[in-house]
Design a protein around this ligand. Structure first.
Ligand code: CAA
Ligand code: FAD
Length: 380
C-alpha cells in the first residue's frame, strides 16, 4: 500500500493551489455576495488544462487520472466551493457519460471541446417531482422520424445557463418506468430549449443553479447517449463517480476552514495569550484535522479504485457521506474558533459553512448515500 502522491500529482496540487490563491481568492467574497459566475476563471482553468484532467489526450484531455482530478477539485474548493462544483459538474457529470457511453463521433464532437474547456458541461436529472426518486422523472422524449421531441422541465441544474452541452434524462417509454429512461446530449441553442428560474441560494452562490425548459426540442437520434432505456443506468453510474467529486469538494471546504481557523487561533489574543494556547481550542483543532484527513483518505481511496479499474460506487458514496458531514462539522467549528468575527463576512469561514451544507444534499442527499451503501452491502 502506498499513500504517497506521485511527483506529477504533487506538482498539479501546487499549480492548482497557486492558481486558486492568486486568481480565485481575490474575487471569492464578491462573487458570493453578488451571486455571479465568472467565465474568465473557467477560461483560465482551461488554459491550465484542468477542465479535462482525466480524459485521454486524443479527446483533448490532460491524460491524467481521477486521483489528479479529485486533487484539483479539492484545491479549488479549499478557497471557493463554487469553483470546485463548477469543475466537478463539468467533468464528472457533463463529460464522464460521454467518455463512458459516447460513440467515437460523440466523443470528438462533444467530449473534446468539453475537455479543452471551450464548452461547459451540465447534467440534468432532477425535476420538481423527481429529486431523490430520480426514476420517477416525467420529461418525455418522443420519437419523430429520425429525431426525438423533448418535452419537460429540469430544476436545480448546476452550470445551468452558462453550460453549452447538457446530458438530459427523459423517458422514451413511460410504461417501463426507470427501464424506459434514455439519456440525450442536448446543446444550448436548440430551438425550444430555454432557461427558467435561477435559484438564489444559501451557499455556492457563485455557481449557477437554473431550471431548464424543453418545449418540443428536436434532438437528432445521433444525440442519444447509449441505447434507448439505458438512461437510468447511465445516470446511476455517472453519479457513482460524481459523488466522489463532491466528496473532494467537501474535503477542500473543510481543509480551507481548518487552515483559516489554525492561523486565526495563533493570532487572536484573549486573556493575555493566543487562543491557540487554550487546550479547548487545541482539542477542537486536533479533532478537525483528524476528520479532514479521514475524509480525504476515503475520497482518495475511491479515486484510486476507479483509476485501477476496480468497483468504486460504494466507496464513493461512503466518501461523500463522510466528507459532507465532516465539512459541515469542521466549518461550524471554524466559525466557533473565530468567535463573533467568524459570524461576519469579514472572514471567509461563514461562507465556507454556508457552502458546506450543499455537500450533504446534492448528488443524492446523505440519506440517499446510506441507501446506496446499504444496497451495496446487502448485495455483497
Ligand atoms: N450502477 C448501475 N446500475 C444501477 C446502479 C448503479 N450504481 N444503481 C442502481 N442501478 C440499477 C439497478 O441495478 C436496477 O436495475 P434493474 O431494474 O435492471 O434491476 C435499477 O438501476 C433501479 O435500481 P433501484 O431499484 O435501486 O432504484 P431506485 O429507484 O430505488 O433508486 C436511488 C435508487 C439510489 C435512490 C436513486 O434513485 C438515486 O440515486 N437517487 C438520488 C438521485 C441523485 O443522486 N440525484 C443527483 C442529481 S445530480 C446533482 O445533484 C448534481 C450536483 O450536485 C452538482
Ligand atoms: P427530496 O427528494 O424531496 O428529499 C427531501 C428530504 O427527504 C431529504 O432530506 C431526503 O434525504 C429525504 N428523503 C427522500 N427520500 C428518502 C428516502 N427514501 N429515505 C430517507 N429519506 C429520504 N440535480 C441535477 O440533476 N443536476 C444538477 O446539476 C444539480 N445541481 C444541484 C445544485 C444545487 C445547488 C441543488 C440544491 C440541487 C442540485 N441538484 C441537481 C438536485 C439535487 O440532486 C437534489 O436536490 C437532491 O438529489 C435531493 O432531491 P430533492 O431536493 O427533490 O429532495
Amino acid at each position: 500500500m502506498n499513500f504517497h502522491l506521485t511527483e506529477e500529482q504533487e506538482m498539479l496540487r501546487k499549480m492548482v493551489r497557486e492558481f486558486a490563491e492568486n486568481e480565485v481568492v481575490p474575487t471569492a467574497g464578491d462573487r458570493d455576495e453578488k451571486e455571479y459566475f465568472d467565465h474568465s476563471i473557467f477560461e483560465q482553468m482551461a488554459e491550465l488544462g484542468i477542465t479535462g484532467i482525466p480524459w485521454p489526450e486524443k479527446y483533448g484531455g490532460a491524460g491524467a487520472n481521477f486521483m489528479s482530478y479529485v486533487i484539483a477539485v479539492e484545491e479549488l474548493s479549499r478557497v471557493d466551493a463554487s469553483i470546485g462544483v463548477t469543475l466537478s459538474a463539468h467533468v464528472s457529470l457533463g463529460s464522464w457519460p460521454i467518455y463512458k457511453f459516447g460513440t467515437e463521433e460523440q466523443k470528438q464532437k462533444y467530449l473534446r471541446p468539453l475537455a479543452e474547456g471551450k464548452k461547459i458541461g451540465a447534467f440534468a436529472l432532477t425535476e420538481n417531482g423527481a429529486g431523490s426518486d430520480a426514476g420517477s422523472l416525467k420529461t418525455r422524449a418522443v420519437k419523430d422520424g429520425d429525431d426525438y421531441l423533448l418535452e419537460g422541465n429540469k430544476i436545480f441544474i448546476t452550470n445551468g445557463e452558462v453550460a453549452d452541452i447538457y446530458i438530459v434524462f427523459a423517458s422514451t417509454d413511460s410504461t417501463k418506468k426507470h427501464k424506459g429512461i434514455s439519456a440525450f446530449i442536448v446543446e444550448k441553442g436548440m430551438p425550444g430549449f430555454s432557461f427558467g428560474k435561477k435559484e438564489k441560494k444559501l451557499g455556492i452562490r457563485a455557481s449557477t443553479t437554473v431550471e431548464l425548459r424543453f418545449d418540443q426540442v428536436r434532438v437528432p437520434k445521433e444525440n442519444l447517449l447509449g441505447q434507448e432505456g439505458e438512461g437510468f443506468k447511465i445516470a446511476m453510474m455517472t453519479l457513482d463517480g460524481g459523488r466522489n467529486g463532491i466528496a473532494a469538494q467537501a474535503v477542500g471546504i473543510a481543509q480551507g476552514a481548518l487552515d483559516e481557523a489554525l492561523n486565526y487561533a495563533k493570532e487572536r489574543v484573549q486573556f493575555g495569550k493566543p487562543i491557540a494556547k487554550q487546550q479547548a481550542i487545541q482539542f477542537k483543532l486536533a479533532d478537525m484535522a483528524s476528520k479532514v484527513e479521514a475524509a480525504r483518505l476515503l475520497t482518495y481511496q475511491a479515486a484510486w479504485l476507479e483509476d485501477n479499474g476496480l468497483p468504486y460506487g460504494k466507496q464513493s458514496a461512503m466518501a461523500k457521506l463522510m466528507a459532507g458531514d465532516i465539512a459541515m462539522e469542521v466549518t461550524t467549528d471554524a466559525v466557533q474558533i473565530f468567535g463573533g468575527y467568524g459570524y461576519t463576512r469579514d472572514y471567509p469561514v461563514e461562507r465556507m459553512m454556508r457552502d458546506a451544507k450543499i455537500t450533504q444534499i446534492y448528488e443524492g442527499t446523505n440519506e440517499i448515500q446510506r441507501i446506496v451503501i446499504a444496497n451495496y452491502l446487502l448485495k455483497e
